[in-house]
Design a protein around this ligand. Structure first.
Ligand code: ZN
Length: 301
């Protein structure tokens, strides 16, 4: 009996061991199977991504080719345009030509600015206008004709400054410096502030008798609002017909070295005045153009 029990226990042990081994085999097999399947799907995924990347590279190559072609076409179009320009369009400077003879020595082209002071002892021959303003006698008739025409158009022009002596210019400068000193500036600072509004003696056009400051009699201040008066607008439009130009335009401050003055008119003669105003020049630019043109005519090569 005891033998039988022992044998039965041994059997049970063997069966147990066998079952354990079988379970282990199944588990291990399952593990390797799953691992194999996972490796397969990773490979598939990688292949898919690789294929996708290759397709994208192909698309980019095509796009690149197309862009390169467009660039080439654009470049050759640019070349054609540049050639056309060289053939048919001269430089901007050459486009503008003064259609009449300009003698740079003529009295009406006298240039006076900070870089071109008047010759010492320059004294114009003066004459009084009907309303008692001293001007170079050669501009009197045109100036009076302009005042008459303005009056006929209902304008009330008032000449507030015309010929000025050197002494007068000195005293204007001294007064301006004094005004700035009273505001607390030292002399140097006050001098440079004043110089922005008052030309240094010898560099003012008023010494020539060829320039006049004209305002509307209803607004006599020399300020920015002056430009909006009907008189200033009339002058801007018609002064050229009488040989006068607006000498210090807003957009030419760099060339004239004077701030915009809607009231300062300078006589240059009718032909020149019309040409200067129609082409939006200032006197400095006109004289430079005339000089260049003269040199070209003398030496066309
Ligand atoms: Zn002036």
């Amino acid at each position: 009996m005891e033998e039988e029990t022992k044998a039965s226990a041994q059997n049970t042990l063997w069966i147990g061991l066998a079952c354990g081994a079988l379970a282990a085999c199944v588990t291990l097999g399952g593990f390797f199977f799953v691992r194999e399947r996972a490796a397969d799907s990773r490979q598939e995924e990688q292949n898919r991504l690789l294929e996708q990347a290759q397709q994208e590279i192909e698309t980019l190559r095509d796009e690149n080719g197309r862009l390169m072609q467009e660039l080439e076409e654009w470049e050759s179009a640019q070349e054609v345009m540049a050639d056309g320009k060289e053939d048919s369009q001269p430089e901007e400077d050459d486009l503008l030509r003064i259609p009449f003879a300009v003698d740079l020595e003529d009295w009406n082209y006298l240039l006076v600015n900070e870089l071109h002071p008047l010759a010492q002892g320059y004294t114009p021959e003066l004459e009084n206008t009907r309303n008692g303003q001293k001007v170079d006698k050669r501009i009197k008739a045109d100036l009076e004709a302009m005042l008459d025409a303005a009056k006929e158009d209902g304008m009330n022009l008032l000449i507030c400054s015309s010929y000025r002596t050197y002494q007068k210019q000195d005293s204007l400068m001294d007064r301006a410096i004094e005004r700035y000193r009273k505001r607390g500036m030292d002399y140097t600072e006050a001098f440079f502030q004043a110089k922005k509004q008052i030309a240094l003696t010898g560099t003012s056009e008023h010494h020539t008798g060829l320039a006049v400051d004209i305002v509307g009699s209803n607004h006599q201040s020399l300020d920015s609002a002056q430009a909006d008066t009907p008189e200033a607008k009339w002058l801007k439009e018609h002064a050229r017909e009488y040989g006068f130009i607006l000498r210090y335009p807003k957009e030419k401050e760099e060339q004239t070295m004077i701030s915009f003055e809607s009231w300062h008119f300078r006589y240059v003669g009718k032909q020149a005045a019309v040409f200067i105003e129609e082409n939006g020049l200032c006197l400095e630019e006109f004289l430079e153009l005339a000089d260049k043109q003269q040199k070209q005519e003398e030496d066309p090569a």
